[in-house]
Design a protein around this ligand. Structure first.
Ligand SMILES: *[C@@H]1O[C@H](CO)[C@@H](O)[C@H](O)[C@H]1NC(C)=O
Ligand SMILES: *[C@@H]1O[C@H](CO)[C@@H](O)[C@H](O)[C@H]1NC(C)=O
Ligand SMILES: *[C@@H]1O[C@H](CO)[C@@H](O)[C@H](O)[C@H]1NC(C)=O
Ligand SMILES: *[C@@H]1O[C@H](CO)[C@@H](O)[C@H](O)[C@H]1NC(C)=O
Ligand SMILES: *[C@@H]1O[C@H](CO)[C@@H](O)[C@H](O)[C@H]1NC(C)=O
Ligand SMILES: *[C@@H]1O[C@H](CO)[C@@H](O)[C@H](O)[C@H]1NC(C)=O
Ligand SMILES: *[C@@H]1O[C@H](CO)[C@@H](O)[C@H](O)[C@H]1NC(C)=O
Length: 392
C-alpha cells in the first residue's frame, strides 16, 4: 500500500507551487488507489439528460429539487461505451475532461464502462448488444471496439482512467451455465475480457473487472468459483501480453441497488454473509488474494439511497430507489478504493419493473424522466442543493 507515500508526494508538490503538477504523474494507476486526490470528472452527456429533470422541477416550482439535480450534474459518474458507434463519446469525454483539468488545475479521473461483448446480457435479454459470436463477433469486438478504445485512452496519458469491464458478464459465466446461450458464450466472454485487459495496459488506466454484486456472487458457494473464474481470465490476459497484465481490482453493485452498509439488512439477505456490499467485498477478498488477484473494489451506490423497497433480492429492473452515497474515497475500508456512481440514474434498465403514476419504463438505456425525479427526491443522504447557475 503506497497511499502514505502518495500523500507525501502530493503535499510536497503542493507546497512547492500553487499549481499542482498535471502530467505525467509519478504513480501508476494500477498500484495505488487511482481515485485518491483526483476530481471525479462529471459526465457532460449525463448532465445534459439531467437538464430535463432540472426543468421539470422548475416547472413545478420545486426549486429545492431543481438545485439538488444541479448537484447531480456536477457529480462524477461513469460514461458507458456500449457500441462501436459510441466510441466517439470517449473523445468527447477526453476533450471535456482536459478542458476541466486545465480550468481547475486539478487532476481528473475519467470513469468509463466498457460494455460490448458478443452475446451480451446472455441471461437478462434486456441489454443485448451489436455483436454475435455466431457472426465473427469476437474478432469484431477485438478489432473494431477494444483496439480503438484502448488507443484512445493510451493517447490521453495526461488523464487517469478507471474502467469497469463488462458488467454482469463473468457473473453469468459463473452462475448461469444452465442457460444454453450463456454456456455457449462462456469462451467468448473469457477471451473477450482477457483481450480487453491485455490491450488496456497503461500506467494511466485502472481496470476493474465486474464482480456482479453480493446478492449474486456473494453466496458462500459462489465465492470460490468466482475467484477461480476471475483468475482464469486474468491468466488468459497475461498470456496475451509480453510484459504481463495487471488489473486494479473489481467493481460491484453496478446498476444494482444494494447498500454499502445495510441498516437494517433486508430480510431476503437472511442466509447470506454478503448482506451488503462491504460484507461482499470482505468475504470475497480472501478468495481473490488466494488466487493472486488484487482485493481492491469500487462499489456503485448510484441508486442505493433508498433501501428495502423490493420484495426479493433478484429484482434488478428499475427498482424504486434514490441516489446513494456520492463518490468518495472515504470508504472506511482498505479494500474499497472508492464509492462510485456507475449507473447513470434515470436511464432505464429495460421495459420492466414498477410503474410510476401508471406509466412503465422505456427500453434499456432510454431516459425515464419520472424515475430520475424519484431518485432526486428519495436520495439518501439528501443531496446538497446547488443554487448557483447551471454548469457551463
Ligand atoms: C444544460 O442546460 C444549460 C442551460 O440551462 C446549458 O447551458 C447546458 O449546456 C446544458 N447542458 C448540456 C450538457 O446540454
Ligand atoms: C409557480 O409559481 C408561479 C409564480 O409564483 C405561479 O404563477 C405558477 O402558477 C406556479 N406554478 C405551479 C405549477 O405551481
Ligand atoms: C456458440 O459460440 C460459438 C463461438 O464460441 C459460435 O461459433 C456459435 O455460433 C455459438 N452458437 C450459438 C447458438 O450462438
Ligand atoms: C497461461 O499460460 C500458462 C503457461 O503456458 C499456462 O499454464 C496457463 O494455463 C495459461 N492460462 C490459461 C488461462 O490458459
Ligand atoms: C423483515 O420482516 C419483519 C417481519 O415480517 C418486518 O417486521 C420487518 O420490517 C422486515 N424488515 C425489513 C428491513 O423489511
Ligand atoms: C486462503 O489460503 C490460506 C492458506 O492456504 C487458507 O488458510 C485459507 O483458508 C484460504 N482462504 C480461502 C477463503 O480460501
Ligand atoms: C465512514 O465513516 C464515517 C464515520 O462513521 C461516516 O460518516 C461515513 O459515512 C462512512 N463512509 C461511508 C462511505 O460509509
Amino acid at each position: 500500500m503506497h497511499i502514505k507515500a502518495l500523500l507525501t508526494f502530493l503535499s510536497a508538490a503542493n507546497s512547492i507551487s500553487a499549481l499542482p503538477p498535471l502530467a505525467p504523474r509519478a504513480e501508476d494507476a494500477r498500484d495505488v488507489n487511482p481515485f485518491l486526490g483526483k476530481n471525479y470528472f462529471a459526465n457532460s452527456y449525463y448532465a445534459g439528460e439531467l437538464n430535463q429533470t432540472v426543468n421539470a422541477f422548475l416547472t413545478k416550482n420545486d426549486s429545492l429539487n431543481a438545485a439538488r439535480t444541479r448537484t447531480v450534474q456536477n457529480t462524477g459518474t461513469f460514461v458507458w461505451i456500449t457500441s462501436v458507434a459510441g466510441l466517439s463519446n470517449i473523445k468527447t469525454t477526453i476533450d471535456a475532461a482536459r478542458t476541466e483539468q486545465q480550468r481547475t488545475r486539478k487532476q481528473q479521473i475519467v470513469q468509463l464502462v466498457l460494455y460490448d461483448l458478443p452475446d451480451r446480457d446472455c441471461s437478462g435479454g434486456q441489454s443485448g448488444g451489436e455483436f454475435s459470436s455466431a457472426n465473427d463477433g469476437l474478432n469484431l469486438y477485438k478489432k473494431t471496439f477494444v483496439d480503438p478504445y484502448a488507443a484512445a485512452l493510451k493517447s490521453a496519458w495526461d488523464l487517469t482512467f478507471a474502467v469497469i469491464l463488462e458488467p454482469d458478464s463473468l457473473g453469468n459465466v459463473i452462475t448461469n451455465q444452465n442457460i444454453p446461450f450463456c454456456a455457449n458464450a462462456t469462451s467468448t466472454y473469457e477471451q473477450g475480457i482477457a483481450y480487453a485487459i491485455a490491450k488496456l495496459q497503461a500506467p494511466n488506466i485502472a481496470l476493474y473487472i465486474d464482480a456482479a454484486h453480493g446478492g449474486w456472487l456473494g453466496w458462500d458457494g459462489n465465492l470460490a468459483p468466482a475467484a477461480t473464474e476471475f483468475a482464469k481470465v486474468v491468466s488468459l490476459s497475461q498470456n496475451l501480453t509480453v510484459g504481463g497484465a495487471q488489473i486494479r481490482g473489481f467493481s460491484t453493485d453496478v446498476s444494482n441497488f444494494n447498500p454499502y452498509i445495510a441498516d437494517p439488512r433486508a430480510n431476503y439477505t437472511e442466509y447470506s454473509n454478503a448482506y451488503d456490499e462491504l460484507h461482499y467485498a470482505e468475504v470475497l477478498a480472501p478468495h481473490l488474494t488466494n488466487n493472486s488477484l488484487p482485493a481492491h473494489f469500487i462499489i456503485d451506490q448510484g441508486r442505493s439511497g433508498l433501501q428495502n423497497t423490493r420484495a426479493t433480492w433478484g429484482d434488478w429492473c428499475n427498482v424504486e430507489a434514490g441516489f446513494g452515497t456520492p463518490p468518495t474515497t472515504d470508504t472506511n475500508s482498505t479494500l474499497v478504493d472508492s464509492i462510485v456512481w456507475a449507473k447513470p440514474g434515470g436511464e432505464s434498465d429495460g421495459a420492466c419493473g414498477p410503474t410510476i403514476d401508471g406509466v412503465g419504463a422505456p427500453n434499456a438505456g432510454l431516459w425515464w424522466e419520472a424515475y430520475a425525479e424519484e431518485l432526486v427526491k428519495n436520495a439518501d443522504p439528501p443531496i446538497a442543493p446547488t443554487y448557483a447557475t447551471l454548469r457551463k
